[in-house]
Every structure is written in C-alpha cells, then in structure tokens.
Write a protein that binds this ligand. Structure first.
Ligand SMILES: [Zn+2]
Length: 450
C-alpha cells in the first residue's frame, strides 16, 4: 500500500491520505444538477474521481465513492417553467439521461448516488441543528446561515469575508440579517411546483445544505476526500464546510480535492458561457477509450484544453496500445520492465499525477515493442485496469457486443440513407479499434491492424 498524497485546497499543501476507519476512504464528489444533458466538462470530475477510487482500491484502500444528484435546485425550476413542464418530471428525465450518458464511460457507477429529493428529512434535521446552535435563523419561512457566527468562514476559499458575494442576488435580501448570509431553506414561491414540509413551513432546501446532509448521511463526517470542480470552491464548498463545522463541531472533510475546468479556447466550458459539447455527442465521435485517455493526459488540478487535435492524439495513443497488446501474450511481464510499472503507480500516489503515469506507461510500451519475442502483458494490464482501459487488451475472440451493436446501427443508418449518422458510427467503431469491411460473406467486422 503506497502512501498517497493529495493537494488539499484548504491548506494549499500536499496532504497524506489517512483513512479514519481502517482502510475505508470516503470520497464525496459533487455531482450534476439535473436540468439538462451533461456536457463533456461535467464528465471530468466523474472520470477523475471514478479512476481515483480504482487507484486507491489497487493500493489496498477501500474507497467508497459518493456522487450526488442535485434534483432540487433553482436551475431546474428555471428550465422547466418556459418548457411548460413539471420540474420533477424534467429532473427525473435528466437524471435518467445523466445515468445513461455516464454509463457509456463504462467506469461503473459510484457506490452511492444520493438524490436530494430522497433526503429531505436529513436536510431538515441538519438545518434544525444549525438554528439550535444559533448559526442559522428563520425569516418569513426562509432559513439563513449566519455567516459571521463562524470565525472559520472563508478559510477554504481563502477569501476575505468582506469581499464575498453569495451569488443570491436580491433574492431574500430584505430578510437577511447580513447580505453575506446564504439560504438553507426557501419558502415555496408561487412559481415553484414542488415543496416539502418543514418546521418553518412548506419549501425546499438550498443547494449547499443538500450536499452537507447527503455527504454526512452516507459517509459520516469527517469523510476523507471531498471533491468537485474548482468552480465549486466558492460559494458551494465554502458553505458546505461551514454548515457541517457549525452544526457538528467537526470538519466535513480531511482533504478538499478540486479539478480544473475543461477549456474551450480561452474560456471554461460551461452552459452559462454557451460553449458546451454534450458528453453523448463526444462519445459518439471518439468513443470512451480515447476520451478517458484525453482526460488522463491532463493533471486533474490544471485546466485542460478541449481540442480536436488532442482528441485525435488520444485516439492514436489508444490504437498504439491495442497494437502492442496484440503482440503480447497473457501472463507475467519481465521483471526488467517493472520499474516503469512502479513509476506509473508512484506518479498516481503523488497527487494523482496522471500525465506522469501515462509517460511511464508509454515507456513500458516502447520497451515491450523493442523486445525480440512476445512478452507477458501482466504489467500493462495492471496499469490499464486502474485507468479503466484494460479492455484495450481484449484479444481477437471476435468483436465485443457493443461493437456489434454499433455496426448494426450503422448498417441500419445506411439502409435509411442517413449517411451522416452512418459516418459518425463508422468513426465510433474506429475509435474502438474496429472497422467494417466487405468480405466474401458480406460486411464483416475486423480489428484495425498495426
Ligand atoms: Zn455539492
């Protein structure tokens, strides 16, 4: 079991991971607000934290990954209203899309995916505790967190309290004791079609308190790693940290781990900027293997440029690994190559440095390709499995089921003269290392050779 160090946003330092309870590592990664299809930028934390859990399991830890689904939120009301749809129906539909879209990454599901709508009881209990301890107050059916009651407030985001804006605009301004305070519970408004009972009247929770309550309910506090995009540090995570500390007298997380944004040109990819690429569309284009490789080429803390060149490069590297895999034999790898395998895992233990790990993997591939006779694939399989890419070593027992399905969809598209769809499916087949060729018995699927 390697010592694992991760950068902690709170202290700004590399911090050794110390499981509080045996080997269990609770990871809570903030998930999507389900008001639209997720974009490829939203998939970055999904991939980073799913793969981090795989790596920790490889090292002998027992990770428990929790990724919540925010299905009560202003954005959902705002999206459902103009569409003339019940907000609960929109949230349920987008939750199904989120599950289906991320399933296509084939990284498995998080261990728990709590939904705010199913945890209102826990949320109400946490708010009641904050009121009891004078860290929150009721105002006309709303409940607000009293920010200046907590001296530690601002520590996570390293901001001066007087320079903060909760982003709540004028909403509730006349009911707040201090403009700095933020909403824990909001009384139902005429335009809102869902509400829950509480001691303060019918209404619904604020976004920040949902996560504090769900994280604690599933993992207990303090949990080991709280993650999410670095756009969530303030106010979302600052407020989560404050709520749990104020209510329970203990921190919510040992390590706060934040991933950088996916960049389109000079800007982050975001619905609010209007430059998003849906995850499903990108998966149609390049397939999950290349997309996962693309994400791993960037260090999780850095911004990552989403460009066609980088995706192409990822496809080439994936193809190279498949080629090498065909020249390997099942079994143990030569000890002479172990240093590269060790360097791969050491890099992941050092603030989850995937670019350095991929460089070590490339060194292993180079040496394997130089070997005169076929060598065992053991090391490569071990490294790839931690990246969710051990499927690249599947051998020629015929195409996997999803490839056959893609080929069938492509054939159907051609029959329907939908050539754009047929071309897209052909590209997706290629990204998975297969192409359709005309054989003596009609079209057949063949692996793309070296
Ligand atoms: Zn959250």
């Amino acid at each position: 079991m390697r010592k694992v160090r991760l950068h902690d946003t709170l202290t700004g330092e590399l911090t050794e991971l110390r499981p509080g309870d045996g080997r269990k590592v609770g990871i809570y990664a903030c998930g999507p607000t389900v008001y639209g299809r997720i974009h490829v930028g939203n998939a970055r934390p999904y991939v980073v934290f799913s793969l981090l859990a795989r790596f920790l399991a490889h090292e002998g830890y027992e990770p428990v990954l929790v990724a919540n689904i925010t299905d009560i939120n202003d954005k959902i009301y705002d999206a459902a209203r103009p569409a003339g749809r019940p907000s609960g129906e929109l949230a349920a539909e987008m939750t199904d899309h989120y599950i289906a879209d991320t399933d296509r990454l084939e990284l498995g599901r998080p261990d728990h995916e709590p939904r705010a709508t199913l945890m209102v009881g826990e949320i109400v209990e946490l708010i009641a505790e904050l009121i009891e301890r004078d860290h929150a107050y009721v105002a006309d059916g709303d409940v607000y967190f009293r920010v200046r009651s907590l001296p530690e407030y601002g520590a996570l985001s390293h901001r001066d309290v007087d320079q903060m804006d909760q982003g709540e605009g004028i909403e509730g301004a006349e009911r707040k004791e201090d403009p700095l305070d933020f909403a824990l519970w909001k009384a139902q408004k005429p335009m809102e079609d869902t509400a829950w009972d509480s001691p303060w009247g019918r209404g619904r929770p604020g976004w920040h308190i949902e996560c504090s309550a769900m994280a604690e309910a599933v993992l207990g506090a303090p949990l080991e790693i709280h993650g999410g995009g670095n756009d969530l540090i303030f106010p979302h995570h600052e407020n989560e940290a404050a709520q749990t500390l104020a209510a329970r007298g203990k921190p919510l997380a040992q390590i706060w781990m934040h991933n950088g944004m996916l960049q389109m040109g000079a800007e982050k990819m975001a619905k609010s900027v209007g430059n998003i690429r849906p995850l499903a569309e990108v998966l149609d284009e390049v397939g999950r293997d290349a997309l996962i490789w693309f994400f791993c080429e960037g260090h999780y803390r850095q911004p990552l440029a989403f460009t066609p060149e980088r995706l192409k490069d990822a496809e080439r590297r994936i193809a190279r690994i498949r080629d090498t895999g065909r020249r390997l034999v099942p079994g143990a790898s030569p000890e002479a190559l172990a240093a590269h395998r060790d360097a791969f895992f050491d890099a992941l233990a050092d603030d989850y440095n995937t670019p350095r790990a991929l460089a070590a993997l490339a060194e292993w591939i180079n040496e394997a390709n130089r070997a005169g006779s076929p060598i065992g694939d053991g090391h490569l399989r071990e490294m790839l499995s931690v990246l969710g890419l051990d499927n690249l070593l599947e051998r020629d027992e015929g195409p996997p089921a999803e490839v056959v399905e893609l080929a069938e969809r492509r054939a159907a598209a051609r029959t329907n003269r939908d050539f754009a769809a047929a071309d897209r499916l052909r590209d997706e087949l290629r990204a998975r290392g297969w192409e359709v060729r005309d054989g003596p018995a009609g079209p057949e699927l063949v692996p793309i050779g070296p």
